[in-house]
Design a protein around this ligand. Structure first.
Ligand code: PLP
Length: 418
């Protein structure tokens, strides 16, 4: 029997990415702890996807909780226009130090961080007297969020936003180049269109929601080099890859590049609160810095730099400094590689790939998400496949036993059910 708040509320709630008529019932969560989600009926699930890839230290980490509680007692929120507070400025300095990007603009989610990045690039060129540089180049299988600008730079054909392809601004969409010939073509395209192109936007090393596709640091470095050669800003959307998910603090570091603009979100607060950040290089910032008020960046979300979120983010960065997160990610990478390998031999499996704390089993065809989800739950794990992808992105503090439970569940469910 469901409690009354559930049945009553379900008649009013509108859930994400769901056909409300046919969606399977959502589970009632009572609490979270470590790598586990506790359901109201007493069951416990090992979380294989870290709440959409954000809870990198697991849930309810005592240090994050303490810092948020201390902040809550002082000030949960204050506007950021004309006022500043210690948490936001300390966080800006720390993010600048760890990314090599000088300026930090806070917002309230990943999608908005992307909107700000696009707007920043557009206005950078306007301020420079080149307003015709007003298009972006993005990549097939890319995903940058659910708002209109972010949708315009996501894959228009294959993504979940394909229904909107004629409603958003048309951008240049190409495959991620690989191989000499593809790079020559990419170079020629940018040569031909650099006068229109404000920026190239990419999820570095791993394209997430568009299909968990990987590319190499060399490919990333070459895209960066060619964009710069043609005077086009390079925007790295590290919302999913940032904060050690791919094995380094930021994916761009593996390619030895510093983007012009970087977007952060998700694990920025250790997954405890919503917060986005758009970081800009000194050169990009200088494009706005003059006596002309019209050259200012005209953006300012009501809840930008929310003090509670900044407290969580500062606490999360403390944890990256104090606890061996990068070593834990390296260890998870080794274990996932071994533990997911048996899936390769299963019927209907097309590919198995691992990078950092990301393990992907790609099927030959789309999986029946509705059929698979209850099977994972029966096995005590929380895994949400999409398209042809069954993946795990665990918290970095996951134990070997928990990882084994997750990966065995993937193997057994795909063996029996997919
Ligand atoms: C690469 C990337 N960019 C942007 C977003 C959007 O972030 P949010 O859901 O916080 O708006 C996501 C979310 O999955 C993402 O993976």
């Amino acid at each position: 029997m469901n409690p009354d708040w559930y049945d009553e509320g379900m008649a009013h709630i509108w859930l994400p990415y769901s056909q409300m008529k046919t969606a399977i019932p959502s589970l009632r969560v009572a609490s979270t702890l470590g790598c586990r989600i506790r359901l109201e009926d007493g069951r416990e699930l090992v979380d294989g996807i870290s709440s959409w890839w954000s809870a990198c230290h697991g849930y309810n980490h005592p240090h994050i909780m303490e810092c948020m509680q201390a902040q809550l007692a002082r000030m949960p929120h204050v506007m950021f226009g004309g006022l500043v507070h210690e948490g936001a400025l300390r966080l800006a300095s720390r993010l600048a130090r760890s990314t090599g990007l000088e300026r930090v603009f806070f917002s309230d989610s990943g999608s908005v961080a992307v909107e700000v990045a696009l707007k920043m690039a557009l206005q950078y060129w306007r301020n420079a007297g080149k307003p015709h540089k007003d298009r972006f180049l993005c990549f097939s299988h890319g995903y940058h969020g659910d708002t209109l600008g972010a949708m315009s730079v996501s894959d228009p054909e294959k993504s979940m936003h394909k229904a909107f392809k004629n409603a958003v601004i048309k951008q240049f969409v190409v495959d991620i180049p690989s191989g000499e010939y593809a790079f020559e073509e990419f170079d020629s395209l940018l040569e031909a269109h650099h006068g229109e192109l404000a920026g190239v936007i990419i999820e570095p090393l791993v394209q997430g929601a568009g299909g968990m596709k990987f590319h190499s640091p060399d490919v990333l470095a070459e895209i960066y080099r060619i964009a710069h050669k043609h005077g086009i800003l390079f925007i790295a959307d590290e919302i999913a890859t940032g904060f050690a998910r791919t094995g380094t603090m930021f994916a761009c570091q593996q390619a030895g590049i510093t983007p012009d603009i970087m977007c952060l979100g998700k694990a920025l607060t250790g997954g405890a609160m919503t917060l986005g950040a758009t970081l800009a290089s000194k050169a990009v910032f200088e494009g706005f810095y003059d006596d002309n008020p019209e050259h200012a960046l005209m953006h300012g979300p009501t809840f930008m730099a929310n003090p509670l979120a900044c407290a969580a983010a500062n606490a999360s960065l403390d944890l990256f400094e104090r606890e061996p997160r990068l070593a834990q990610v390296a260890d998870i990478e080794t274990k996932l590689t071994v533990m997911l390998e048996p899936c390769r031999a299963l019927q209907h499996v097309k590919d198995v790939r691992v990078m950092g704390a990301i393990g992907v089993v790609q099927m030959q065809a789309e999986v029946d998400v509705h059929a698979l989800r209850p099977q994972f739950i029966e096995r005590g794990v929380w895994i949400r496949p999409f398209g042809d992808i069954v993946y795990v992105m665990p918290p970095f503090v996951m134990t070997t036993d928990e990882l084994a439970l997750l990966t065995k569940a993937v193997y057994n469910v795909l063996k029996d059910g997919a």
